[in-house]
Design a protein around this ligand. Structure first.
Ligand code: ADP
Length: 262
């Protein structure tokens, strides 16, 4: 089966007046349909650069980026985003925020409005359709942002540190909630995070990057033997700590394992 996303030997360098900074070197990996992968790596290693390339905002200086076997083009409508900030407009109702992507791309049809209403109902926001975003909790706001993204039926979801603006407690419940919605939607997702626990609790595979210039240090398949496999349940499973430590070691090969970060 052709992977949804394929990166082959990607290099990228920034050129400034001070010289050249190589950010990515020989990055290769692929995502199959329905897979949830996470990218982790030290701060400043090149994670955002990687997303900008997949997003089509920047061009790789070497290598190939393919979506469904075709070269990726700028602003592919097949890509949806979830970012650190939900970017809901305060002056619009939740319903009109959810329809924003469709409005911008001039795809407002009776069918898409109906789908928006159905999704708001499915994800427990129907009663807040006419509310302003300020009346929602942080978790509900992220749900609304996700509905807005899913409404456009993207084939690939890029999640860029989507929970890092939330406090720790909220982050656990919101990532559990959003993770389960994405799973149920069957979407292929690529999460970029500096939070190893988040990566292990959400992903099927964790792609571990080295320090800059980022190379793929390892790709760790994550499997939990759980009847009810959700991000929160994973956090309490015995395999969780094993995976966490394995990836932590990979990232900090010269530092001791810090159990207190669990
Ligand atoms: P991460 O998202 O992993 O924190 P980035 O992809 O933002 O890392 O950046 C990778 C490296 O590329 C950084 O160490 C930084 O020095 C460099 N870099 C990022 N953006 C620019 C830029 N616009 N100009 C020059 N160098 C940059």
């Amino acid at each position: 089966m052709t992977p949804i996303l394929e990166l082959k030997d990607i290099d990228y360098s920034y050129h400034t007046l001070d010289g050249e900074t190589k950010a990515l070197s020989g990055i290769s990996f692929s995502l199959t349909k329905g897979e949830f992968a996470a990218v982790v790596g030290p701060s400043g290693c090149g994670k955002s650069t990687l997303l900008s390339l997949i997003d089509g905002l920047m061009k790789a200086e070497r290598g190939e980026l393919l979506m469904n076997g075709e070269p990726l083009t700028e602003n592919s409508s097949k890509i949806g985003y979830m970012l650190q900030h939900d970017h809901l407009f305060e002056w619009r109702t939740v319903y009109r925020n959810v329809l924003l992507g469709a409005e911008i791309s001039r795809q407002i049809t009776p069918e898409i409005k109906k789908r928006a209403e159905e999704m708001l109902e499915q994800y427990g926001l129907k009663q807040f359709s006419r509310s302003k975003p300020s009346e929602l909790s942080g978790g509900m706001r992220q749900r609304a942002a996700l509905i807005r993204t899913l409404l456009m039926e993207p084939e690939l979801l890029l999640l860029d540190e989507p929970f890092s603006a939330l406090d720790y407690q909220t982050r656990l419940t919101v990532s559990d909630d959003i993770g389960q919605i994405i799973r149920k939607s069957g979407k292929t997702a690529l999460l970029v995070t500096h939070d190893l626990s988040e990566a292990v609790s959400l992903a099927d595979r964790v792609i571990v990057l080295t320090k800059r210039p980022a190379t793929v240090a390892r790709i760790v398949p994550i499997t939990f033997d759980l009847a009810h496999d959700t991000p929160l349940v994973r956090r309490n499973a015995p395999e969780f700590k094993t995976y966490f430590n394995e990836i932590w070691k990979e990232l900090n090969s010269d530092e001791p394992i810090a159990d207190e970060t669990l």
